[in-house]
Write a protein that binds this ligand. Structure first.
Ligand code: FES
Length: 100
């Protein structure tokens, strides 16, 4: 789906996705980091558990919601990665606190 045309950000920083440390290019959005890591889907819908992933990449569609630093439903496309950032995909929305 998305692929970097060239690697213009050679610096990598470590963040955590679902409790696992990963290296991603510095300066990209958290949503772009998930595409970079091929970590899809990024969430599932509450009623049907349909898989979802970032779509608009500009804050309008709300398809990129993640739990970030303990706060649920943050738009990953509006957050820039920083060293030590901790995020969880919202894959089990039917169980409250499943991502805590
Ligand atoms: S991708 Fe649409 S709001 Fe984030």
């Amino acid at each position: 789906m998305f692929r970097r045309l060239e690697d213009s950000a050679p610096e990598r920083i470590e963040i955590e996705i679902d409790g696992e440390p990963v290296l991603v290019p510095a300066g990209i959005s958290l949503a772009a980091a998930l595409f970079y890591l091929d970590a899809m889907p990024s969430r599932r819908t509450q009623l049907s558990a349909s898989p979802r992933a970032a779509f608009c990449m500009m804050g309008a569609c709300f398809e990129c919601l993640l739990e970030v630093e303990g706060e649920g439903s943050q738009r990953a496309c509006q957050l820039q990665v920083r060293p030590g950032l901790r995020a969880w995909r919202q894959l089990d929305p039917l169980e409250p606190g499943a991502n805590s």
